[in-house]
Ligand binder design. Structure first.
Ligand code: PLP
Length: 371
């Protein structure tokens, strides 16, 4: 067997011929930025998320940055004000905070689902805290009921990093992106909803936030060629919007397929060296399995064993943000769970283009792993 971690060619083929038709439609029309496709996608994606407004932007990092910059302006935050972010996430979550001239305050994550540990949140709140940024890592929504209640009691805003959780529901049946003040999505090609290149979006119920973010994303321009603030250029183009509209129609079905395949992993992997955190589900929340993580103290040996059997895996993430050279000021900090996950986490292949035979083959390889 030869099982790639992610076979984007196969996934993309499965959207034909609709994808080609959508792209041809844009090319024939000859309108590539700020047109009907982007507007239609924004409306469809806001509705899908159970929210009111959506702004398509160039990537997920810009979406997070624009969300923070908009709140910073509208709420009168100062440079250096604090935003609480999980200590175990992709670097972009933390980078967006520092790029907005705010201070990332890291919070360790829970061992059983890798999400921000609400038990530790309260003690991190200071007079300068302005927002909490839960990251719905690997496809699972953080405890939004507790986070929004805590934020409400302390006058804080909530920015959801939904880059890995398109279409996921929380314990109350709300979609990722529907509970916070603003939510940011990435449409990087490998995401559950992936573009044919870069893309991202902000989703919010707040008209003031979407208006400010739209202006910021368009060179800070309020009226044509009138620039009120120093903005950026961050656009979702018409070709990407058209492709995303095709893929959005199948997102719930694709997420269900991921859940079916994940259930096979969860019920059939039985090797005491390999821990499956997703088996326990303390909040009853179902992941949309952007990533299927296992933990193994002998991770490198397990990765080699799978590679020898023709199975490609990945590590998310080998170095947590606070140990990265780019965040030198954070390097002295210690986050026990985040650091253990960085040493033990391994991502198994899981996506809607896989079949049960492939998943069962991987399970059998894992169950025969010894070291
Ligand atoms: C948790 C998280 N946040 C933010 C991003 C940033 O998205 P992009 O790569 O589109 O800028 C990613 C993308 O990989 C991510 O996984």
């Amino acid at each position: 067997m030869d099982i790639k971690y992610l076979n984007l060619q196969k996934i993309t083929e499965s959207f034909q011929p609709e994808l080609d038709e959508a792209l041809q439609r844009v090319v024939r029309k000859g309108w590539f930025l700020g047109g009907d496709e982007t507007r239609a996608f924004e409306a469809e994606f806001a509705a899908f998320c159970g929210s009111d407004h959506c702004l398509g932007v160039a990537n997920g990092l810009d979406a997070l940055y624009l969300a923070l910059r908009s709140l910073k302006y509208l709420e009168g935050w100062a440079d250096g004000d604090e935003v609480i972010v999980p200590a175990y996430t992709f670097i972009a979550s933390v980078e967006a905070v520092s790029r907005a001239q705010l201070m990332p305050i890291l919070c360790d994550v829970r061992e059983d689902d890798f999400l921000i540990d609400c038990d530790r949140l309260e003690s991190l709140i200071t007079p300068r805290t302005r927002a909490i940024m839960p990251v719905h890592l690997f496809g699972k929504v953080a405890d939004m009921e507790r986070i929004t209640a805590l934020a409400g009691r302390n006058g804080l805003r909530v920015v959801e990093d939904c880059a890995q959780a398109h279409g996921a529901f929380d314990a109350r049946g709300r979609r990722a992106g529907a509970s916070g003040d603003v939510a940011a999505f990435s449409f990087y090609p490998g995401k559950n909803l992936g573009a044919l290149g870069d893309g991202g979006a902000l989703v919010t119920r707040r008209k003031d936030v979407i208006d400010y973010a739209r202006m910021m994303a368009n060179y800070g321009m309020s009226v044509k060629y009138v620039h009120d603030v120093e903005g950026i250029n961050s656009r979702l183009d018409e070709l990407q919007a058209a492709a995303l509209r095709v893929k959005l129609r199948r997102l719930d079905a694709d997420n269900s397929r991921r859940q079916e395949l994940a259930r096979l992993y969860e019920t059939e992997i039985s090797n005491e060296r390999v821990v499956l955190p997703t088996r326990q589900d303390p909040l009853g929340v179902r992941s949309v399995y952007h990533i299927f993580p296992v933990l193994c103290a002998e991770r490198e040996q397990l990765q080699r064993h799978l590679a020898e059997g023709g199975v490609q895996t990945q590590i998310h993430y080998p170095i947590p943000p606070h140990k990265q050279a780019t965040f030198a000021a954070l390097n002295r900090l210690t986050f026990e769970v985040a650091e253990r996950l960085a040493h033990e986490q391994l991502s198994l292949p899981l996506n809607p283009s896989m079949n049960e035979e492939e998943v069962k083959y991987i399970i059998q390889l894992i169950n025969t792993f010894v070291c």
